[in-house]
Design a protein around this ligand. Sequence first.
Ligand code: ZN
Length: 319
Amino acid sequence: MKHLLALCVSLALGFAALPAQAEEAAPLKIVTSFSILADMAKNVAGSRASITSLVGPDADAHVFEPGPADVAMLAEADILIINGLGFEPWLVRLAASAKSKAKFVTASYGVKPIELEEAHHHHGHSHGHGHGHDKDGHPTVPHDFDPHAWQDLRNGIIYVRNIADALAEKDPANATLYLANAESYITELKKLHEWARAEIGRLPKEKRKVITTHDAFAYFSKAYGVEFLSPAGIGTASDPSAEALARLVDQMRRENIRAIFMENMGNPRMMETIARETGIENGGTLYSDALSAPGGPAPTYVAMFRYNVPVLIEAMQKN
Ligand code: ZN
């Protein structure tokens, strides 16, 4: 109620102070690098922005190749929101060719990043360097950090605050609205974090092991106490070696791991191979680096956790 009142007052003052033709200011044009950021921005901006994502639902940001339409979209943007932490190695070239004047927001700013060595060490075996070179053999931006920070909801809250601050700064007339939207969204994310911890916490520790396509869940692992094993490493650009696959299959047999998952934006081939080798049925699809399309099971950041957590638990119960 207090929030609403403050909002009405500030809106009234805002309108009074503006010349008549500025009352219906054009909504902010926000471009995000991938779908999860677009959903966060939508929760903050409400109807006050038009939001588009360069990498869409079920698509893989690791290996994205921008086209002319993306350049045009970025040239028009008021705000560009990216993940950072080396997730968008294609973005520097894209922003330069678009001559973008957009306000640049790194959503992960302030997150405590997991270093790649640390993430790899955590899994107890080494991974390939999926991002060393792009498909034309040019060296790509080195991955110093694991970029998948959004898989810890507490980091998601940092993302939302950064997005809200940037919107408020770019469009001060609606700052109160953006910050109020962000606060109610953050309240929802905090509850979701506690729920995820409690749900997974009920499972015996020795059962909390999962095989996935690529290393997208190191932050989830730290936050919610699930061990993720992946033969592919952090990127999706290269296939794992036969040796890495064999080692993983051995470990699955030794530790009786039966929870194996595909990811919505990844190549299912590798997990199909593992399923065949071990005779274990696939646990389904996890949403890691992209949301589903609107009609799918994980069309929002919140829905992604609401979907992933029970699906993980069901599969881990069979370990
Ligand atoms: Zn990824």
